[in-house]
Design a protein. Structure first.
Length: 317
């Protein structure tokens, strides 16, 4: 194997993050895949780039040499790609503005910021709704260019009009409890232990409510009350002790509440990014996909409690 820029990027990210686990999250790679790639890099170079132990990942003298060269070569190649992108964007058929829809996802802000940084010279505007089907219709008719969508579990999303969906990550749904709730100190809680609670969930036109009621039935109860509300309102109501909420577990380290895993992960939420099949003629779909992967990894990094949960479950971040 010959060392190329992709390998230098891997080495740089691992050195910056200080651990293979954190680097795999930042790169959107499974940890075993990243470890295998690092082993192949060591073999190609003839020696180890990192020393890995319980304290993390540290560069060897060979690793420092590799990093010195990477810090010269990678910015030079980035400048090259920027120049090429600017040239390509000068074409009449290239997009100078992109309309991005977000649906039932907490990743929208991070994703949009990353897109604006990565697609230099392109004006990015955003729209929000609660309907994945409506977003698909708008992608098909060209009134949206990109959609970032959260959907229940393994939901089948519409592909009419040439819409293409890429699955990013699937996370378990957590329950948001007041910090003084009797179960707030647990790492996970059986759904049946919450049978007497009033529930909150996000609005939407998918199958999530049916999946929730089915999960409750399997746990031996029918939920007393299920109300729909947006996330900020849910946090306030939970904090006030009036209800508990079904939530995406990301970006939820907030005072007064605690997000707790449901035992056995009976409910799951999947993040998708989508565009029309001919989108590659107008913008760089690989950069859009990478921005979406980054948004999830960054949200995990900003949620230490969930990051610890994922690591404890042995899942790839």
């Amino acid at each position: 194997m010959e060392i190329d820029l992709r390998h230098l990027r891997l080495v740089t990210v691992v050195a910056e993050q200080g651990s293979v686990t954190k680097a795999s999250a930042a790169l959107g790679m499974a940890q075993p895949a990243l470890s295998a790639q690092l082993n192949r890099i060591d073999q190609a170079l003839g020696g180890p780039v990192f020393v890995r132990d319980r304290h993390g990942t540290r560069t060897t003298p060979l690793g420092e040499l590799v990093l010195r060269h990477a810090r010269v070569l990678l910015p030079a190649m980035e400048a090259f790609h920027d120049d090429v992108r600017r040239h390509v964007l000068a074409r009449p058929d290239a997009a100078t503005s992109l309309r991005v829809g977000t649906v039932s996802t907490v990743l929208g802000g991070i994703f949009l910021n990353r897109l604006r940084a990565d697609l230099a010279g392109v004006n990015v505007t955003s729209f929000t709704s609660w309907s994945a089907d409506a977003a698909a219709v708008r992608l098909a008719d060209g009134t949206l260019d990109i959609a970032l969508v959260g959907a229940c579990g393994d939901a089948v999303l519409p592909t009419e009009g040439g819409v293409e969906w890429t699955r990013l990550r699937t996370d378990p749904v957590f329950v948001l409890l007041p910090e003084d709730h009797r179960l707030a100190g647990d790492d996970e809680v059986p759904l049946g232990e919450l049978a007497q609670e009033n529930w909150l969930s996000a609005p939407g036109d998918g199958c999530f409510e049916r999946c929730f009621v089915a999960a409750c039935a399997r746990s031996g109860f029918t939920p007393r009350e299920v109300s729909e509300t947006e996330r900020a309102s849910a946090v306030e109501q939970v904090k006030g002790g009036h209800a508990i909420a079904l939530v995406q577990p990301l970006l939820l380290d907030l005072p007064g509440v605690r997000a707790v895993a449901l035992e056995g992960e009976p409910l799951r939420w999947t993040q998708y990014v989508a565009w029309r099949g001919d989108a590659g003629e107008r913008f760089d779909v690989d950069r859009v996909r990478a921005a979406a992967v980054y948004a999830h990894a960054e949200a995990v990094r900003r949620t230490p409690a969930y990051e610890r949960y994922v690591i404890a479950q042995g899942s790839a971040l």
